[in-house]
Design a binder for this molecule. Structure first.
Ligand code: PMP
Length: 472
């Protein structure tokens, strides 16, 4: 089974999952944690620790880590440069509230961010999580334009605040199932998707600029363009299944923004700091000119929580907003983030990311056409997804198939990103995962897909049924 030739260690799963030790811990802690933590099929293990790119569970099983702390651990388990920088800053400063008390650690990071920030972005606002950065950006857009509305794209994810969960939809119909609120001021347009269009049947490739035609229609029928403060968009759709719009889309969206005075806010929480093979994902295209850009996840470099809002002088210079957060830009977090940027600038990381993208497409693409349920294969740097359908002609989503593939991957020691009710499975390795381990993982994923295709699981009658089940 373990076909990759390499000098590094391959994962090894020796028990059924969950193993007996994990099972015992689940039994005890299910009574102590919230019910939302009680689904042990999604991740049927308790981590004992991490070693480079392997997760070790309490039963001694090891798994190739394709979660990378959901993108927040971009250099493997404990990158030495990040660790020593954090320790040195902590020795000097301990904890500090950087938004109130200026300190050298935070200011050194600000200097670096301004130096690498693309386009007109010249200012930094401190933050601590992606969610808070998005909330802050919405406030900046409204303050700067004195307009109320924000355009977002369906399938995006912006965190778990009460407001922005309503401004996103990747977590299926959570909003309408009453788990979060409907929020005023959000106009949602489908995310550009070449494979699956809400306006058409069957598989693409479609012209994904149709969603901008739809936006034009909304601007006549429903929304006055002069009421729109800005557009909140992920340059590559992450939680929604790894979709990268075309250059044409960005050119047209930029023209719309200029025409109507809308601010362009890129949510790069998941795509920043090398994840997509460039420092910022927006650099994969020409002429994207954001007014705001949000950093999170990989920005922490695997260290402590940190996020940021980058903005133009026009948006941020005269602001009266105070978006302070106690932990935003804590000194040790800043030092770790700075060390992480240093690792990327030292070279080799972005090249590795682009090689991972090629490997994923090379290994998985041939299954299209061979496996009836494999609808699409997508990779943008070290963000990769396979999308499952009931049959390639009708492309009705196949969430049960996706979940079965995930279980087969786990048995083969490959821990990717899977969520109930969704029909895409993702790999999100560290940016410096050795190529042989990544290739091995892709081969295991291909193997798992072929195994499940031999006896595909029953799907719920409709996708809405599957979503309702997932939401229970
Ligand atoms: N924006 C995007 C694009 C994200 O992917 C996420 C997290 N998955 C967030 C915002 C929220 O970030 P956090 O979990 O740090 O609050």
């Amino acid at each position: 089974m373990q076909t990759a030739s390499s000098s590094h260690r391959l994962p090894q799963v020796a028990t059924t999952l969950p193993g007996p030790q994990s099972r015992a811990l689940f039994a005890r802690h299910d009574a102590q944690l919230t019910g939302a933590n009680g689904d042990h099929e999604v991740y049927p293990l308790v981590e004992a620790g991490k070693q480079d790119h392997l997760i070790v569970d309490v039963d001694g099983n090891t798994f190739a880590d394709h979660l990378s702390a959901w993108g927040a651990s971009p250099f493997g388990a404990t990158p030495p440069a990040v660790k020593s920088a954090m320790e040195a800053a902590w020795d000097r400063h301990g904890m500090q509230i950087s938004g109130w008390l200026p300190n050298q650690a935070a200011l050194a990071l600000v200097d670096k961010l301004v130096a690498i920030a693309p386009g007109r972005l010249r200012r930094v606002e401190y933050s601590v999580s992606g969610t808070l950065a998005v909330e802050g950006a919405v406030k900046f857009m409204r303050e700067a334009t004195r307009r109320p509305l924000v355009i977002t794209f369906g399938g995006q994810y912006h965190g778990e605040s009460t407001y922005m969960t309503a401004g996103a939809s990747s977590d299926l119909s959570n909003v309408s199932s009453g788990r979060t609120q409907y929020a005023a001021g959000v106009v949602m347009v489908p995310y550009p998707n070449r494979f699956r269009s809400p306006f058409r049947r069957g598989p693409g490739p479609f012209d994904e600029c149709e969603v901008l035609d739809y936006l034009d229609y909304l601007l006549v029928q429903q929304v006055h363009p002069g009421q729109v403060a800005g557009v909140l968009v992920e340059p590559v759709l992450g939680e929604g299944g790894i979709h990268a719009p075309s250059q044409r889309f960005w050119t047209r969206l930029g023209a719309l923004c200029r025409r109507w005075g809308w601010l362009l806010c890129l949510d790069e929480v998941q795509t920043c700091m090398g994840r997509c093979g460039a420092m910022f994902a927006m650099q994969r295209w020409q002429d994207i000119d954001p007014d705001l850009l949000l950093l999170g996840k990989a920005f922490a470099a695997g260290g402590q929580p940190i996020a940021a809002i980058l903005g133009t002088d026009a948006v941020m210079a005269a602001t009266e907003l105070h978006l302070g957060s106690t932990y935003g830009f804590a000194p040790a977090a800043c030092a770790g983030a700075l060390a992480g940027i240093g690792l990327i600038e030292a070279g080799g990381v972005l090249e590795n990311v682009r090689a991972l993208e090629r490997i994923f497409l090379e290994v998985l693409s041939p299954l299209k056409g061979e496996v009836e349920q494999l609808g699409d294969v997508r990779a943008v740097g070290a963000m990769a997804a396979v999308e499952f359908v009931r049959s390639t002609s009708c492309i009705t989503p196949a969430p049960a198939f996706q979940f079965a593939v995930h279980q087969e991957c786990l048995r083969r020691g490959v821990l990717g990103i899977s969520q109930r009710g969704k029909w895409h499975l993702r790999l999100q390795p560290a940016l410096n995962m050795p190529q042989a381990l990544f290739r091995f993982s892709c081969e295991m994923l291909a193997d798992a897909i072929r195994a499940v295709a031999k006896a595909p699981p029953a799907e719920h009658p409709t996708v809405q049924d599957a979503v309702a089940m997932a939401a229970r």
